[in-house]
Write a protein that binds this ligand. Sequence first.
Ligand code: GAR
Length: 189
Amino acid sequence: MIKLALFASGNGTNVQQIAEYFADNDKVKVELIIANKKDAYVRQRAKNLGIDELYYGRDSFYNTNIVLEELEKRGIDFIILAGFLWLIPKNLLTSYNNRIINIHPALLPQYGGKGMYGHNVHKAVIANKEKESGITIHYVNEHYDQGQIIFQAKCDISPNDTADDLAAKIHELEKEHFPKVIESIVISQ
Ligand code: GAR
């Protein structure tokens, strides 16, 4: 069995979609959900889904090996960032080289980097009157949003679209593509 750990900071719609997609899969399993915000709704989703969930704060992530030890103890093969908003610490990058995958809600290299996450991205895209946006699935390195791109998908933006409208289009793309792209990567790698 290929085991995934999903990292998330907020609502967790992507976590839910990935967990549901793999629920009956005989090759890939969502083993663990890790949150870095105590009150993130994704923690409740994890409980509802019946998947183990752990919370770690900044000190545990950046100044200890606690997270890495937990992942190794459980035999985690891949880390999936599903709306996780912190840089990944060096110890995880080293141990999970090319086995950490992120989704970004824009067409990188545009609209990436520090501070460009979630709704901030959509507001910036709309403010610049872009005609299209999309999603980027990429490997994770030590810089925000700069790892090798694996997959992109686009959506059109209508002149009257608000940031909320765009967010809804992006969530549709994420739902359609992220679980399938994860599956193809983890099975082939
Ligand atoms: C998603 O749109 C994801 O692409 C984005 O955060 C959202 C989380 O939504 N990720 C980033 O911005 C990473 N830089 P969710 O918690 O409902 O899945």
